[in-house]
Write a protein that binds this ligand. Structure first.
Ligand code: ATP
Length: 234
């Protein structure tokens, strides 16, 4: 499998606080990586660093054969990296469809069209003319994912999409992700529900206090070992 994203030896600091130390991850074309770890382990920081929102103090990020370490976020979107941020961050006074169109501003050729997005997320089709502020949590999360897809990503970074949603709604979102994966889009998924993460992804990285505590293919990592790495007891 061709390597799509390779982040090596990343250090990221917030002032004096070092949030990531020597972190490396690798995702192949069409691959799926679960990023797990306790609160504050550095998962969001890693996704945001890959998306270009944080500049690492050390380390390199290569994407699709190019070094993007110094590229601003909008260039990374153009290159095919899209982030679905924690908390969704929709524009509350815009409609669902207007929010999705925001994501299409820097769309790559072949990006998902609105009709295609409505097919994959029927719940958005039903509420596309409603303001984001009035949507349910599940509808808002679907819109946030659709907005990222509207840019035509080759790699989708998903930060805790299940947070605060009913299990049936989360099932629907994961069903849509499976369709997305079938089109060859790679994903990095931050997920608190370890079983969902293990089921949805080929590979796993567990962070502990800003370092990689465990990594490998999900079919070769016993669940107990992942839980041990999560709590720092291995
Ligand atoms: P969670 O599951 O709670 O979202 P996380 O694994 O995503 O956690 P991060 O949000 O990446 O972790 O945070 C990693 C560490 O960096 C935490 O100790 C956090 O307090 C700290 N941190 C995050 N953002 C900032 C910031 N803007 N300024 C200072 N420290 C920060």
């Amino acid at each position: 499998m061709n390597v799509l994203l390779e982040a090596e030896d990343l250090d990221v600091r917030y002032g004096d606080f070092q949030a990531l130390s020597g972190v490396g991850v690798r995702v192949g074309e069409g691959g799926a990586l679960a990023l797990v770890g306790a609160n504050g382990a550095g998962k969001t920081t890693l996704l945001r660093t890959i998306a270009g929102a944080h500049r690492p103090a050390r380390g390199r990020i290569r994407f699709a054969g190019a070094d993007v370490t110094d590229s601003p976020p909008h260039q990374r979107v153009r290159a095919g990296i899209a982030l679905v941020p924690e908390g969704r961050r929709l524009f509350p006074s815009l409609t669902a469809e207007e929010n999705i169109r925001v994501g299409a501003v820097r769309a790559r050729p072949g990006a998902w069209t609105l009709p295609r997005l409505y097919e994959v997320f029927p719940l958005i089709a039903r509420c596309r003319t409603r303001r984001a502020a009035l949507l349910s949590g599940g509808e808002q999360q679907a819109v946030a994912i659709a907005r990222a897809l509207a840019s035509g990503p080759r790699l989708l970074l998903l930060d805790e999409i299940s947070l605060g949603l009913a299990p049936a709604v989360v099932d629907g979102l994961y069903g849509a992700l499976a369709e997305l994966r079938a089109t060859g889009t790679a994903v990095i998924l931050v997920e608190q529900d370890l079983d969902r993460a293990l089921a949805a992804c080929h590979d796993l990285v567990c962070l502990l206090e800003g370092r990689v505590a465990l990594s490998g293919p999900t079919d070769r990592l016993p669940r107990d070992q992942v839980i041990g790495a999560y709590f720092g007891s291995v």
